[in-house]
Design a protein around this ligand. Structure first.
Ligand code: FAD
Ligand code: NAP
Length: 338
């Protein structure tokens, strides 16, 4: 295991903001983790776990050890007649896994196509898109409990999944290093098409009897047309979660803004489209400074060149204040801020 000093983290976060790690190591095998954790523990170094860096905001240099979790591997288990279990290394790229599953004629991940990042981070916020969440095919995960270095397994229930949320963002924050994720994928498609513009895109593609690969291609098309590619312009996807508010709160917004977008939830509350709220406050396409707002999706903050993590947080704060002043709604930041 190679331990490097004073390593730039700019290539390891998709916002592309500058930050330097005092120590840095890339870990490809579970066996090497113990050594890395000993190194950090004996020097009292705080740990920064890194996957693809697509859901983090770095606001300063990292004084401890940045561990790039690169554990590879895709194994297939328990071939039932109607489903297949996959055990995937935390360092595998998420979208490559989706493509692999489709090539193997396995279904369930198609709506989650083109989400950046690695498999090990997918449970952290229960990644979701187009009405499907990781939890719909999640079985369990393998992890190291960083409190004592023991190997543990956490099943679906233990992970406490919620909307862009899990145990790992709450009481389990910074406690577990995820090494492998188990998914159960179906052989028979159960497509979710009634979300966003999927049906319209399939129609545009002249596909009237879609299969999972068609849905994946439609999602890739939609995402590519709307979202900034982090290799071209730094970003971390949606910067805020869609707020879930009471039905009364939504009614009061509708009274002044009849076009407001809200999706009723089973609980009786209403999920608002954060992008719409931000757009109404005039931020869409904001380009006055190094941090800006994407011109095609107001929910995405971008590094227009030379932005620091603090520039991005400053802009986020201004957006939060204006949405609160106009709608009385609090926007919660989605990526993890360091
Ligand atoms: P990182 O950014 O590296 O890490 C995120 C968090 O997870 C950090 O706190 C980190 O410490 C922790 N972590 C990483 N690996 C491990 C591990 N092995 N064990 C324990 N903790 C770990 N998200 C969605 O949910 N849906 C979307 O549709 C979506 N679209 C996006 C589009 C774009 C253009 C971008 C840039 C981002 C998008 N995201 C989306 C956000 C992001 O891609 C996901 O949250 C993704 O799962 C992050 O993976 P990562 O490997 O980059 O994680
Ligand atoms: P969109 O299709 O323009 O939709 C705007 C918002 O409306 C989305 O946030 C979505 O909520 C919600 N929505 C759309 N149809 C819905 C339905 N039938 N029922 C309930 N809610 C509905 O969104 P987009 O920006 O192009 O993104 C498409 C998908 O990719 C979304 O699911 C989005 O979450 C996901 N995405 C996530 C990130 C991230 O970083 N987290 C980044 C880019 C895209 P939800 O967001 O709750 O789905």
């Amino acid at each position: 295991m190679q331990m490097r000093e004073q390593v730039s983290l700019q290539p390891f976060n998709t916002f592309g903001v500058p930050a330097v790690a005092r120590w840095f190591s890339a870990v490809e095998r579970e066996q090497d983790l113990a050594e890395a954790l000993d190194f950090a523990g004996s020097r009292d170094l705080p740990l920064l776990l890194l996957g693809g860096g697509s859901n983090i905001v770095l606001t300063s240099d990292w004084p401890g050890l940045a561990l790039h979790v690169c554990i590879p591997g895709r194994e297939t288990f328990a071939q039932e007649t109607d489903s297949v279990d996959l055990r995937i290394g935390a360092g595998e790229n998420w979208h490559q896994l989706v493509l692999h599953s489709l090539a193997e004629k396995l279904c369930g991940l198609e709506n989650l196509s083109l989400i950046p990042g690695n498999v090990g981070a997918a449970p952290i916020q229960n990644i979701g898109a187009y009405g499907v969440e990781l939890q719909s095919c999640f079985l369990r995960l393998e992890a190291i409990d960083l409190r004592d270095g023991s190997a543990v397994e956490l099943d679906h229930h233990a992970c406490g999944f919620g909307y862009r949320d899990s145990l790992f963002k709450r009481e389990g924050r910074d406690r577990y290093l995820i090494t492998r994720v188990w998914l159960r994928l179906a052989r028979e498609p159960q497509l979710r098409l009634d979300y966003g513009d999927i049906l319209a895109e399939l129609d545009r593609m002249n596909i009237d009897d879609p299969g999972p690969s068609d849905v994946s291609r439609a999602v890739i098309q939609l995402r590519s047309a709307k979202l900034p590619d982090p290799s071209e312009i730094g970003n971390a996807g949606s910067f805020f979660k869609n707020p879930v508010v009471s039905a009364e709160c939504f009614e009061s917004i509708l009274a002044t803004d009849p076009d407001a977008i809200g999706y009723p939830q089973e609980s009786g509350s209403v999920k608002l489209a954060a992008g719409w709220l931000i757009q109404q406050c005039g931020w869409k396409g904001y380009a006055d400074g190094p941090a800006g707002v994407h011109s095609r999706q107001a929910l995405v903050l971008v590094n227009r060149g030379g932005a620091t993590g603090s520039d991005i947080l400053d802009l986020a704060g201004r957006i939060q204040r204006s949405v609160r002043d106009r709608f009385g709604v609090n926007l919660e930041i989605e990526p993890r801020v360091y």
